[in-house]
Design a protein around this ligand. Structure first.
Ligand SMILES: [Zn+2]
Length: 112
């Protein structure tokens, strides 16, 4: 296979806490964030992130990393509610950059 023939592109994401319409219950503050690049999450030094909203966000991240149809709600909807029904926290997922990966570097399954 020629060089770069197995490349593909994913978006890097930023997930940031934004204010909802009521007080926050959990230990997340407006402006807290983490970033997603490939399979990796990164958090600013010293910042924590509660596990329950993280668990709610995780299933959406691989879809947001990929190009989606302009009419798809996955393209347009970017604010995710905290799973605590009494918490006003919202988490905004933003596509911040495109990053190129190589199939051969992320899996051992061969391309056909
Ligand atoms: Zn919350």
């Amino acid at each position: 296979m020629s060089d770069h023939a197995d490349e593909f592109v994913l978006y890097d994401l930023r997930v940031e806490v934004v204010a909802g319409d009521r007080e926050m219950v959990c230990d997340h503050q407006v402006g807290d964030y983490f970033e997603v690049s490939g399979e990796s999450l990164s958090f600013p030094p010293g910042q924590t992130f509660p596990m329950y909203p993280l668990a709610a966000l995780l299933p959406l991240l691989p879809a947001k990393q990929r190009e989606t149809h302009p009419n798809d709600w996955m393209t347009t909807d970017s604010d995710i509610a905290c799973p605590d029904p009494l918490c006003g926290g919202r988490f905004r997922i933003t596509r911040v950059a495109e990053r190129t990966f190589r199939h051969s570097e992320v899996t051992r399954v061969p391309l056909e």
